[in-house]
Write a protein that binds this ligand. Structure first.
Ligand code: ADP
Length: 450
């Protein structure tokens, strides 16, 4: 069975059919039993009346055995009422002795008081003259009763069939309602599989299928974003690699054609561009690993002060060269942070590279650490020109450079901050930049405490 619609329809039909069949069965057996009891009660009271009349007329039970088989029989349709052969009817006299045999007792047997208690008393002028026990077998249902029961039966069968038809119709409608959105999702999924990612399926309900549709739409939106990002990245990489490659190519060609001399200066240019290319390739590799969360990280507990101290000592030779002062603000005792010190050195290396590049001689770079709500904040603040607010929003994008021409001379690839952001985020941290143009940039890294 392949179609979910068919399965649902059959399920509804089965439930409807089983439900109505059970109700019909219980109603039928209940009606038959209760109706039989009603007929029996009516017959029994008539039978007891006849016995009472007999005793009242004869003033004794003498001769009862002759008329007894005729008792309980009426005329017309009731003609076959009454005790059958081997009758389960038992008549006792006032002392509990058996007058009419039945139910395993013979004439003259003395019945125990317990058995006698179950019998119906026959009273004449307020005095008990005997007792009678009539089993249900004593009665055959009348033809009128049988007709009534068969009418009830017919109604119940009709009800069951009607219930099944309603269940079937409802099943068809409901199954179509349930499977409609699934069919839409299947069509859309096939389109995505064929490469058409711009698929959005309308959400028609707030149930599980609605949730599935919402998740599907979300997945597609993410796929579209990832595809655009990949396209953009490929274009960016091609664009970035082209410049150093064309410099290398033009220089080697010029040397080959004898236009340039194979001097140390030309080789230096080729060498510099090759270094730039290889740095860029390495940066791209790190970035792609960090962005997919595959960058290997060996975390250990690090004291924030220690990290800043190491950053200062690693960069002080270059700072001294450029006559820039590195300041490390005193910190209170801070909680330790769980991080990979080598990766973090890379992050601070990128931040310090930028700060040293933009801070003019005589300026200073300040490093500090403070306690934040959930952990620790580490700051690097420089004295450079700062960044305009509209540029600030993009500096963590890969290949983004504020001043393209100047940056190229100074060797920035535009990947440093993107790498820093990915590494920080892989440490469950956050990085942000604030700047007042003319007053430098402050990078803040926030990490949860270990
Ligand atoms: P790059 O390799 O070019 O430095 P980054 O990703 O590190 O790339 O930085 C992106 C851009 O952000 C830089 O090109 C620069 O324009 C700007 N920038 C980063 N740090 C600073 C800073 N301290 N002062 C001013 N501008 C900055």
């Amino acid at each position: 069975m392949r179609s979910l619609t068919l399965k649902l329809i059959l399920a509804f039909l089965a439930v409807g059919l089983i439900g109505t069949a059970f109700i019909a069965l219980f109603t039928w057996t209940g009606t038959e039993r209760e109706f039989g009891q009603l007929e029996f009660d009516r017959w029994q009271s008539g039978f007891v009346d006849q016995l009472t009349d007999y005793y009242a007329v004869n003033e004794s039970w003498t001769g009862i055995e002759e008329v007894f088989p005729m008792m309980g029989l009426g005329s017309g349709p009731k003609a076959h009422w009454g005790p059958r052969m081997g009758s389960p009817v038992l008549l006792l006299d006032d002392s509990g002795k058996v007058l009419i045999p039945g139910q395993g007792f013979e004439v003259g047997d003395q019945v125990s008081p317990q058995t006698a208690k179950m019998a119906i008393p026959i009273e004449v002028d307020g005095k008990e003259v005997g007792r009678v026990i009539a089993g249900r077998d004593a009665l055959l249902v009348s033809p009128a009763g049988e007709a009534f029961l068969s009418r009830v039966n017919r109604v119940l069968i009709l009800g069951t069939v009607g219930g099944a038809i309603v269940a079937l119709l409802l099943g068809i409608i409901l199954a179509r309602t349930f499977t409609g959105p699934l069919r839409e999702l299947t069509t859309a999924t096939r389109a995505v599989a064929a490469g058409d990612f711009e698929q959005q399926v309308p959400i028609r309900s707030r149930d599980e299928i609605g949730e599935l549709t919402e998740a599907f739409n979300q997945m597609n939106a993410n796929l579209v974003r990832a595809r655009d990002l990949r396209r953009q990245m490929t274009a960016d990489i091609a664009h970035e690699l082209r410049t150093p490659l064309s410099v290398i190519l033009s220089h080697t060609e010029a040397i080959k054609d004898g236009i340039f001399e194979a001097s140390e200066e030309t080789f230096q240019i080729i060498h510099d561009e090759t270094i730039r290319l290889s740095t860029m390739v390495e940066d791209l590799r790190t970035l792609s690993l960090a962005e997919t969360g595959e960058l290997s990280i060996t975390p250990r507990k690090v004291r924030p002060q220690e990290l800043l101290k190491q950053t200062v000592s690693a960069h002080s030779p270059r700072a001294q060269q450029k006559k820039i002062e590195l300041k490390l603000l005193p910190t209170e005792d801070l909680p330790e942070i769980e991080m990979d010190p080598d990766r973090m050195a890379q992050v601070f290396g990128n931040l310090m590279d930028n700060a040293l590049r933009y801070t003019p001689p005589g300026g200073s770079i300040t490093l500090s650490a403070i306690r934040s709500t959930g952990g620790v904040e580490l700051c690097v603040k420089d004295d450079g020109p700062g960044i305009e607010p509209e540029e600030l929003a993009h500096i963590f994008d890969r290949f983004y450079r504020v001043d393209k021409s100047r940056q190229r001379d100074e060797g920035g690839s535009g990947l440093g901050l993107a790498i820093a952001k990915s590494i920080v985020e892989q440490h469950q941290g956050q990085i942000r930049a604030e700047s007042i143009p003319g007053d430098g940039v402050m990078f803040t890294l926030e990490f949860p405490s270990a």
